[in-house]
Write a protein that binds this ligand. Structure first.
Ligand code: IDP
Ligand code: MG
Length: 158
């Protein structure tokens, strides 16, 4: 049985605002398995690489300053359709556009300070997980870890 993995990190504003536990708790309660987690200080170089797709945008430099402005918490979440479900739980890019019930919709109003990152495709997740974690920093789940989050008693994962 194999689930999708996605890369999430809580940005410096989430940590400064003491929202780490609150946000992790939502993913945990939804049923995601935490395959890896660590505190990191994102370097300028790393931030530039991670957001290279936005290099030509006017928000790129402020974004790099934001990402390097304090510690972040990186994690790998594993579960059914993890990439899409995590993005749905995050809300829209801008806090102000995000629906109540989403993480940004409940805790953010800013266009830039929007608390967290989540991979936006399975391919991006694969690359980002490698960028943030060594293989030996990730742990495998067991049947017991997931047996009440899915019905695994028959064929497949339902
Ligand atoms: P995402 O985080 O929802 O995937 P992206 O478009 O990948 O959004 O943008 C990366 C990050 O850059 C956003 O999370 C946000 O912090 C910042 N950002 C994006 N667009 C703007 C903008 O128009 N103004 C200010 N900051 C922005
Ligand atoms: Mg993005």
């Amino acid at each position: 049985m194999s689930f999708e993995r996605t890369l999430v990190f809580l940005k410096p504003d989430a940590l400064k605002r003491r929202l780490m536990g609150e946000i992790i708790s939502r993913f945990e309660k939804r049923g995601f398995f935490v395959a890896g987690m660590k505190m990191i200080c994102i370097t300028e170089d790393f931030a530039r690489r991670h957001y290279a797709a936005h290099r030509d945008r006017d928000f790129y430099e402020p974004l790099v300053r934001y990402m390097t402005g304090g510690p972040s918490l990186a994690m790998v979440l594993e579960g059914k359709n993890a990439v899409r479900v995590v993005r749905d739980m995050m809300g829209e890019t801008f806090g102000v556009d995000s629906k109540p019930g989403t993480i940004r919709g409940d805790y953010a109003l800013s266009n830039r300070y929007n608390l967290l990152h989540g991979s936006d495709s399975v391919q991006a997740a694969r690359e980002e997980i490698q960028r943030f974690f060594r293989p030996d920093e990730l742990v495998p789940y067991t049947q017991e870890d997931i047996q009440w989050n899915y019905d695994i008693s028959g064929k497949g994962v339902v």
